[in-house]
Write a protein that binds this ligand. Structure first.
Ligand SMILES: [Zn+2]
Length: 82
């Protein structure tokens, strides 16, 4: 009985090494994204990401690449100068 096909674990959500915000390209300061361990505590767990911000994330990166604080809406937007 040599039919022992190795089953790849699929469907497991794994953090991509994506230290950059997919929206603006700035460092997202996301700890799990840097170390690849989703159990790592991060600021992004304490904030509510704006739905409109998530909607702008490319589907391929959604739930994988973390937004930066600014794009996530965690910080008050700077007053427009000019
Ligand atoms: Zn950003």
């Amino acid at each position: 009985m040599g039919a022992d096909g190795r089953v790849k674990r699929a469907g497991g959500l794994a953090a991509l090494p994506a230290p950059l915000c997919p929206l603006c390209g700035q460092p997202n300061d996301c700890a799990p994204a840097r170390c690849g361990d989703l159990d790592t505590p991060c600021w992004c767990r304490d904030v509510r990401i704006a739905p409109e911000a998530l909607a702008r994330v490319p589907p391929a990166l959604r739930n994988r690449a973390c937004l930066c604080r600014r794009c996530a809406g965690a910080e008050d937007p700077a007053a427009p100068s000019g």
